[in-house]
Design a binder for this molecule. Structure first.
Ligand SMILES: Cc1cc2nc3c(=O)[nH]c(=O)nc-3n(C[C@H](O)[C@H](O)[C@H](O)COP(=O)(O)OP(=O)(O)OC[C@H]3O[C@@H](n4cnc5c(N)ncnc54)[C@H](O)[C@@H]3O)c2cc1C
Length: 320
C-alpha cells in the first residue's frame, strides 16, 4: 500500500496509527540484528517502516611510514536489502530513504529500477547531509543538488521517462514519494518562509507526503502545518518524534538536528541525576506529545527509533 493510502485509511477509519524509522546496522552485523529490533515493535502493527540511507564517509588510516591514507567507507550499507527483507518477513510496507549525495543520475535511475523490481513503491526522497568531513553539501558530477531535483527524476520515471530518451516501450514506475519538512526550519535556509517555499516546490513537483524533522514542542508542529496549508501545501504531513534517553542527547540533538528543547523539558532534564531519570522524563515527554497530537486529529505518528526498540516499545504501549 502507498503511504498516502495508509494515511487515508487511518483518517477514514478514525483509527490513528504509527510508523517507525530504523537505521541499517553497522557493517559486520547480520539481518537478525534488524529483526531483533523490529520484533517487539511490529506487534503493535506499524503502518510502515522507514530505513535510512547512509552515504560514504572518509576515514584516515595511518601507515607505518607515517603517511595517511584517505579511505572511503560506508559504515551502514544495506538500506535496499533491509527494505526487501522487511517486506518479505513481516509483510509490512518498507520505505527506503533515497538521497542525492554520492549518486549521479545514472546511479539513481539504476537504484530506482532495482527498488521497482523488488516491489518497493514508497520512497522518502532527501538531499542527504554533507559528508562528515565536508562543511557543505557537494553533489556528484551529473548528480542532484537538491531533493527537488531528485524528486523530478522520480516523477519522470513514474511517467515512463528514463534518462535515455530513445528507450522504446519503457515501463512507468509507480513510486509514492515522501519528502522532509522542518517545523523549526532547515539549518541552511536563510529563513523559515524561504525554507517553506522550497518545501512547496517539492510538493508542486509531485511529492505525495511530508515527514517532519523531530520536534519537542507540538505548538511548532501545529504552526508549521498551518503555514503549509496557508501557502497551498495540501499533502499529508506526518510528525516525527524522538524520545530523549541519555544525557548526551540534551546537547547532541539540538546540535545535530537544529531543534530546540522547550523550557519545561530542558529544565527537567538538566535537573535529572542520571540517565535512568533522563530516560523516564524523555519517554514521558514523547508520550504526552503523542497523546496531544492524536487528540488534535493527527492520523499517523512517526517514531525515530535510532534502532533501539525498548524506548519506542514503552511509548507505543501507552499511546496505541
Ligand atoms: C524525515 C527525515 C529523514 C531523513 N533521513 C535521512 C537519511 O536517511 N539519510 C541522510 O543522509 N539524511 C537524512 N535526513 C537528513 C537530510 O538529508 C538533511 O536534513 C539534509 O540536510 C536536507 O535534506 P532535504 O531533503 O530536506 O533537502 P532539500 O529539500 O534539498 O533542502 C536542503 C536545503 O536547501 C534549501 N533549498 C531547497 N531547494 C532549493 C533551491 N532550489 N535553491 C536554493 N535552496 C534550496 C532548503 O531550504 C534547505 O535549506 C533526513 C531528514 C529528515 C527530516
Amino acid at each position: 500500500m502507498k503511504i498516502t493510502e495508509h494515511y487515508q485509511k487511518s483518517v477514514e477509519n478514525k483509527q490513528a496509527t504509527f510508523s517507525i524509522e530504523i537505521l541499517p546496522p553497522v557493517k559486520g552485523q547480520n539481518i537478525q540484528h534488524i529483526f531483533n529490533t523490529l520484533d517487539p515493535l511490529v506487534e503493535k502493527k506499524p503502518a510502515f517502516i522507514d530505513v535510512t540511507y547512509h552515504r560514504e564517509e572518509y576515514v584516515y588510516k595511518k601507515h607505518p611510514n607515517g603517511l595517511l591514507e584517505r579511505k572511503s567507507v560506508r559504515k551502514r550499507p544495506g538500506t535496499v536489502a533491509i527494505c526487501a527483507a522487511i517486506q518479505n518477513h513481516y509483510k509490512i510496507d518498507a520505505v527506503p530513504h533515497i538521497i542525492c549525495g554520492g549518486f549521479d543520475k545514472e546511479d539513481t535511475e539504476n537504484a530506482l529500477i532495482e527498488l521497482n523490481f523488488l516491489g518497493i513503491d514508497n520512497l522518502l526522497v532527501l538531499r542527504g547531509d554533507p559528508i562528515k568531513t565536508e562543511t557543505t553539501f557537494i553533489p556528484e558530477p551529473n548528480g542532484h543538488r537538491y531533493a527537488s531535483e531528485l524528486l523530478e527524476q522520480i516523477v519522470n520515471l513514474n511517467q515512463g521517462k528514463y534518462l535515455d530518451d530513445e528507450l522504446q516501450n519503457s515501463c512507468k514506475t509507480d513510486f509514492c514519494i515522501g519528502v522532509a519538512g522542518y517545523p523549526e526550519k532547515h539549518f541552511e535556509a536563510p529563513n523559515f518562509n524561504i525554507d517553506l517555499q522550497y518545501l512547496k516546490k517539492k510538493v508542486d513537483l509531485g511529492a505525495d507526503y511530508i515527514v517532519t524533522q523531530m520536534f519537542f514542542d507540538n505548538q511548532k508542529f501545529y504552526e508549521f502545518v498551518d503555514k503549509c496549508r496557508k501557502i497551498g501545501i495540501e499533502v499529508p504531513i506526518i510528525p516525527g518524534l524522538k524520545p530523549i534517553t541519555t544525557q548526551s542527547q540534551i546537547t547532541a540533538l539540538p546540535k545535530t538536528f537544529h531543534v530546540d528543547l522547550p523550557d519545561d523539558l530542558a529544565n527537567e532534564l538538566i535537573k535529572a541525576k542520571d540517565n535512568k531519570e533522563i530516560r523516564e522524563i524523555g519517554l514521558e515527554w514523547t508520550i504526552q506529545q503523542s497523546l496531544d497530537l492524536l487528540k488534535n486529529g493527527v492520523p499517523i505518528l512517526h517514531y525515530y527509533t535510532m534502532s533501539k526498540s525498548d524506548s519506542i516499545q514503552k511509548i507505543l504501549e501507552k499511546v496505541f
